[in-house]
Design a binder for this molecule. Structure first.
Ligand code: ZN
Length: 223
């Protein structure tokens, strides 16, 4: 029998499934607008002053390095990151799947406000939190996780436009960071080799299906 628990967090009150096998793996996508987007649908929203990590980082970019104002804004950024990550609910989570930071710069061209330093800060905070809760951390290559439709598996650059993901193959629409988090949580996706990047198939789109050779051209898909 499926059991439910009510969980109150800073984001609101959620009805969560207890002992649901699917919730054992939590995928997390890291971005500038919603710092943390989870495969269970939870995302960091703006803080009580209306700030997001993006607005804080933009503010920081305008400050003179070494000035008091810079220091204040940098502290705000650090507090915001800690606050965002602390919202993660690791109850019933056995494995936390995150993007491999080594691959992240090429994998996420849209995150220009996030410096390598900020990513490192967020990921080390995530890993610390997981350790405290005795949750295993696994890392996945982020390539194509933001372009893949989490419903039908079709990968195309045009499916993603900023915060909106709308699949060019099946029309499925979802927040683009949540879509990426669901793909990150999917442990049945075999990794795509980096040599694939320059192939023309990448431009026309392809299916990246569970438990199969990752590259399935549109014409070869068995429906
Ligand atoms: Zn689709």
């Amino acid at each position: 029998m499926t059991q439910f628990i009510i969980e109150a967090t800073a984001f609101g009150v959620f009805l969560l499934q207890k002992n649901d096998k699917k919730s054992d793996i939590l995928g997390v996508d890291v971005g500038a607008l919603d710092t943390i987007s989870c495969s269970n649908g939870i995302q960091t929203k703006e803080d009580c002053h209306g700030h997001t990590l993006g607005t804080i980082l933009k503010k920081l970019a305008k400050k003179k390095k070494g000035s008091k104002a810079f220091e204040r804004t940098a502290n705000h950024r650090d507090n915001y990151i800690n606050w965002s990550v602390n919202q993660l609910n690791l109850y019933n989570v056995k494995e936390l799947r995150i993007e491999n930071i080594k691959d992240i710069r090429r994998g996420k061209s849209s995150s220009r406000f996030l410096s390598g330093w900020t990513y490192t800060k967020i990921f080390s905070k995530l890993e610390r939190l997981a350790e405290e809760h005795d949750v295993h951390v696994s890392k996945v290559d982020p390539t194509y996780t933001s372009q893949r439709c989490s419903k039908c598996g079709f990968v195309h650059k045009k499916s993603r436009s900023g915060k909106k993901f709308s699949c060019t193959s099946c029309n499925f629409s979802i927040d683009s960071d949540l879509n990426a988090a669901i793909n990150i949580a999917n442990d049945r996706l075999l990794p795509i080799k980096s040599s694939f990047r320059n192939k023309s198939l990448n431009r026309s789109g392809f299916f990246w299906l569970e438990g199969q050779d990752p590259i399935v051209p549109v014409s070869n898909k068995i429906i």
